[in-house]
Design a protein around this ligand. Structure first.
Ligand SMILES: C[S@@+](CC[C@H](N)C(=O)[O-])C[C@H]1O[C@@H](n2cnc3c(N)ncnc32)[C@H](O)[C@@H]1O
Length: 323
C-alpha cells in the first residue's frame, strides 16, 4: 500500500457486506504496451475486479480509498449525463490550448466519456484514462484510447514528462485532504515541459440553498468528514499548482444550475443531485443517522426549493502550464 493512501483512515472505503471474484488492482504502465499479454488486454476489466455490494449498489473494493459513490451502471449513466451537461455548460471538453498535443492522460476517468469524446476529436493523439474502477468501455472505443486500472492515491504509474495534457475532473470526493498536493505534484511530474495540467472541480456544495438543500449539504459534509475529505480544498488548486511549479494561466468559474428554473441543463443538474444522494444513501444514513424515509422526503421536496432559489453548483476550471 502506498504511503499516501495510509495517511487516512483504513476504514474509509465503502461498507462491505459482500465482495466478488479476484482482486486485480495491479497498476500497469500504459506506454510499455509490451507489458500486456494479449489475454490481459482482451479480458474485460470488470471480470477481474474487486467489488463490494451494499443495498443493491456496486462499489469499488479498493482498500484505503475513501471514494463513496457507486460504480454500477446507474452511476455510469449519471456520469455520462453529467459529462454532456458539463460540455454544454463550458462549451467544450477543455479550456486549455490544445496546440501540439500528442499524449493525454485523464486521471479518475470514470466510465471514460471525456476520453472517448476527446479521442474522437483528436484522432492523431494518444489518450489514456485511469481509474480505480474498471467501468470503461472495452469494445466500442476509438483506437487511440486506452484505459488502465490504478489507484491514484498510490501515485501515477507513468514516466516523467509523458503527457502533453494531464486532465482530471470531479475528484473532490476521491481525495483525502492531505493527498491533493501530492496528486497535483504527480500530475506535474508526468506532464511534459510546456505541457498543461487542467483540473475541473467543485466543492459540491449547493449554492442558493434553502432549508432542504442545506440539509443535503450537511449530509455531504458529514459523509466526507467521516472519510477525511475536505471538499473546500478544491479552491486551493491554483495555489497547489503553483507549489508544484505549474504556472496558472487560466481560471474559469461556471455555475451549474440545479432545477428546471434553468431548462434542460438544470434538469440534468437536479437528476444528478438526486443520483448523488441515492448513490450515497447508505453512507448518509451511517454518517447522519437519518432514515430512508427522511431521505425520500427531502428528495421529494428538492425540486420546488431549488427552482424557487435558483440553486446551482460552482465549478472552476484551472489550467497550469509546466515551465
Ligand atoms: C465523480 S467521478 C468523475 C469521473 C470523470 N472524471 C468524469 O468527470 O466523468 C470520480 C471518479 O474517480 C474515481 N476514483 C475515486 N478514487 C480513486 C482512486 N483512489 N484512484 C483512481 N480513481 C479513483 C472513481 O472511481 C470515479 O470514477
Amino acid at each position: 500500500m502506498g504511503t499516501r493512501a495510509s495517511r487516512y483512515l483504513a476504514s474509509s472505503g465503502p461498507p462491505s457486506n459482500q465482495s466478488d471474484t479476484v482482486n486485480a488492482r495491479a497498476s500497469v504502465s500504459f506506454f510499455s504496451s509490451s507489458d500486456h499479454t494479449r489475454s490481459q488486454r482482451d479480458k474485460a476489466p470488470a471480470a477481474r475486479a474487486n467489488f463490494v455490494y451494499v443495498d443493491g449498489r456496486r462499489f469499488h473494493g479498493a482498500e484505503n480509498t475513501p471514494y463513496m459513490l457507486p460504480n454500477d451502471d446507474e452511476e455510469a449513466d449519471r456520469l455520462h449525463e453529467q459529462h454532456f451537461a458539463l460540455c454544454a455548460l463550458i462549451g467544450n471538453n477543455y479550456v486549455a490550448d490544445q496546440h501540439g498535443m500528442r499524449r493525454v492522460l485523464d486521471v479518475g476517468t470514470g466510465p471514460g466519456a471525456w476520453i472517448m469524446d476527446m479521442a474522437t476529436e483528436f484522432p492523431a493523439c494518444e489518450f489514456i484514462g485511469v481509474d480505480v474502477s474498471p467501468i470503461q468501455p472495452v469494445v466500442v472505443m476509438p483506437s487511440n484510447a486506452r484505459f488502465e486500472i490504478t489507484n491514484i492515491l498510490e501515485g501515477l504509474c507513468f514516466a516523467d514528462n509523458a503527457f502533453d495534457l494531464v486532465h482530471a475532473r470531479l475528484l473532490m470526493a476521491a481525495m483525502p485532504k492531505t493527498c491533493w498536493p501530492d496528486l497535483i505534484a504527480d500530475m506535474a511530474r508526468v506532464c511534459t515541459s510546456d505541457g498543461v495540467v487542467e483540473l475541473c472541480e467543485t466543492d459540491a456544495i449547493i449554492c442558493n440553498a434553502g432549508p432542504v438543500a442545506e440539509q443535503v449539504n450537511g449530509w455531504l459534509l458529514a459523509v466526507c468528514n467521516m472519510r477525511v475529505i475536505d471538499l473546500s480544498h478544491v479552491w486551493g488548486i491554483p495555489l497547489m499548482m503553483q507549489e508544484a511549479k505549474l504556472q496558472v494561466e487560466k481560471r474559469v468559474k461556471y455555475s451549474m444550475p440545479i432545477g428546471e428554473w434553468c431548462g434542460p441543463l438544470g434538469k440534468v443538474g437536479l437528476s444528478g443531485l438526486v443520483g448523488i444522494i441515492n448513490g450515497m444513501r447508505f453512507s448518509i444514513m451511517q454518517a447522519c443517522g437519518v432514515t430512508d424515509e427522511h431521505i425520500d422526503t427531502l428528495i421529494a421536496a428538492l425540486p420546488e426549493e431549488v427552482n424557487q432559489r435558483q440553486s446551482h453548483w460552482t465549478i472552476e476550471l484551472t489550467v497550469g502550464r509546466k515551465l
